[in-house]
Design a binder for this molecule. Structure first.
Ligand SMILES: *Cc1c(COP(=O)(O)O)cnc(C)c1O
Length: 366
């Protein structure tokens, strides 16, 4: 395989001794679900203080040898990204804003005291993996290949300081069709727990944030809701985001509001793309603060017409009901709203190459 990025990052290719058999793969791709099955290959690149990034390989997906003292297992030096390769209407394959994932990955790396990765190496690794596993796209319409780049601290050392050895990996998982129109509205539970405190790691995409969100999410499920929503840690008043999706509020006067990026909210790429698309739709888009009391009041008065959550995995998801310690309220009719659907359709049609890409968001792989 040709070298990628720069000569020092030459990607070596290890032959796969036994790929998943074609009939088994076909069965998986007929009903892929989310995050439960994986493609044949993975990318692996090592980092050390002495050598920097080295030994970039595209090889069989397999368990990684890890010393029991590896820093990631003790102090959670781990970050990740999530993006998709989309099948285009003309049969090609494209990534959506991969350079934005690369930039965010490096911001997360800085916050977790980990080495940054050249953006071109991040994107070219993903390209190489998608190319090797191009027969892993679900055959169903709107199926995509979900890509999970991540980095772990591999140094065997129990002292508390940044590790001196890291591994960057990319794995791929076929993802089902989230593009069906009329996705049902979800109900969400307002948690007493908090996700991120000022000065903490809320803006970094690190596994630790997710570990801390599992109990609150479990509580939401136990109470019969789909998702948890977090309020700010300082005043427990301002609406921040869900465990893994950002929020938008649409009002009857044509304004659209999303919580501002104060450092405790994850800067979603879907969130950012919707800011742009909504402005083009002629909406007045604001990044600001929205309190739980105002949310309840506006839902009751009808001033608030829609609420939706957004993120790469499920694109745009309408929120129908909100429950918490102070009772329950319904947004609009409790079902999916028109603006939510319109913004979702616009985004999906750009990602699938149905609408011309006027923003430079699409990176075609062929
Ligand atoms: C990944 C993530 C999002 C959504 O980000 P996208 O780039 O749109 O996928 C939102 N909130 C949290 C906490 C996340 O980890």
């Amino acid at each position: 395989m040709a070298s990628i990025a720069a000569p020092e990052f030459a990607l070596s290719r290890i032959e796969h001794p036994g790929r998943v058999a074609a009939d088994a793969r076909t069965a998986i791709l007929g009903n892929p679900g989310f995050g439960t099955s994986f493609s044949d290959h993975m990318i692996s690149i090592d980092w050390s203080e002495e050598k920097g990034w080295h030994d970039a390989t595209l090889g069989p997906r397999q368990p990684i040898p890890l010393d029991p003292a590896a820093a990631v297992l003790h102090y959670a030096q781990e970050i990740f990204e999530g993006l998709k390769a989309y099948r285009q209407v003309d049969g090609g394959i494209a990534l959506f804003r991969p350079e934005a994932n690369a930039a965010r990955f490096n911001k997360s790396a800085e916050r977790l005291a980990m080495p940054t990765l050249p953006e071109s190496l991040f994107v070219d690794s993903i390209r190489a993996l998608v190319d090797a596993d191009r027969d892993w796209f679900p055959a169903i319409e709107g199926g995509s290949l979900y890509l999970r780049p991540f980095m772990i601290a591999t140094e065997a050392f129990l002292g508390v300081r940044p590790a001196k050895h890291y591994k960057f990996l990319v794995i791929a998982s076929p993802a089902g069709n989230y593009f069906k129109s009329g996705a049902p509205a979800v109900s969400i539970w307002v948690s007493e727990y908090t996700r991120a405190a000022p000065g903490g790691t809320g803006a970094a995409k690190c596994g630790g944030n997710y570990a801390a969100s599992l109990v609150p999410q479990g509580e939401a499920i136990a109470r019969g809701h789909d998702q948890v929503v977090f309020l700010d840690a300082a005043e427990h008043k301002w609406v921040e985001e869900l465990g893994g999706m950002n929020l938008y509020f649409a009002f009857d006067d044509g304004t659209l509001l999303t919580p501002a990026l104060t450092g405790t909210i994850l800067p979603g790429i879907t969130r950012d793309s919707i800011l742009t698309l909504a402005r083009e739709e002629g909406l007045t888009v604001e990044e600001g603060r929205y309190s739980i009391d105002q949310w309840r009041e506006d839902a009751a008065s009808g001033r608030l017409v829609e609420t939706f959550a957004c993120g790469t995995a499920a694109v745009v998801t309408p929120v129908g009901k909100v429950s918490g310690r102070d009772g329950e309220f319904t947004i609009g009719s409790g079902g999916p709203g028109q603006l939510t659907q319109r913004l979702k359709d616009r985004l999906v049609s750009i990602q699938r190459g149905e609408t011309p890409d006027t923003h430079g968001w699409i990176t075609r792989l062929d």
